[in-house]
Design a protein around this ligand. Sequence first.
Ligand code: ATP
Ligand code: MG
Length: 151
Amino acid sequence: MRLVSPGSQHTEQLARELAVLLRTGDVITLEAPLGGGKTTFVRGLAAGLGVPEDEVSSPTFVIWQIYEGRLRLHHLDAYRLRSADELEEIGLAEVLGIQDVVVLEWPGVAEALLPQDRLHISLNYGASEDERILELQGRGSWAARLEDWRP
Ligand SMILES: Nc1ncnc2c1ncn2[C@@H]1O[C@H](COP(=O)(O)OP(=O)(O)OP(=O)(O)O)[C@@H](O)[C@H]1O
Ligand SMILES: [Mg+2]
């Protein structure tokens, strides 16, 4: 599914709507260039789960944040991690096994640890400064879930 977002508010709103689909154990991976809108998207997801918006930020050295909403949301940013081993060390495998929602920015190094069943989203710059192109790939159970979703 390909969506065009004309601005950050729109990206947040899309994510807020997507949050309705979330259930325990879900994994979402986000790929985008720097400033592509990954954290903006997570802010919307969190808002959709009932988390106060200002709790979601992107502080430079925090690679794992937890927000409490309708479901507990783990927000991980693997930008500074170099290998799957480092993700194992911080406990990614454990959190993927529990009944929370996990959203991971920069999933590249984690690929081997991630479940097949997941929603993968890539964001890319569009034609204007504030435009982003979102490509949603539903894998496993997410394929059918996305088909029924009308943003
Ligand atoms: N359509 C859009 N969707 C999302 N963000 C947008 C859009 N248009 C402009 N922006 C701006 O782009 C920036 C996106 O920053 P954000 O931190 O969400 O990106 P990121 O992918 O998490 O970056 P990083 O890789 O540095 O963590 C914000 O300043 C946001 O206001
Ligand atoms: Mg970010």
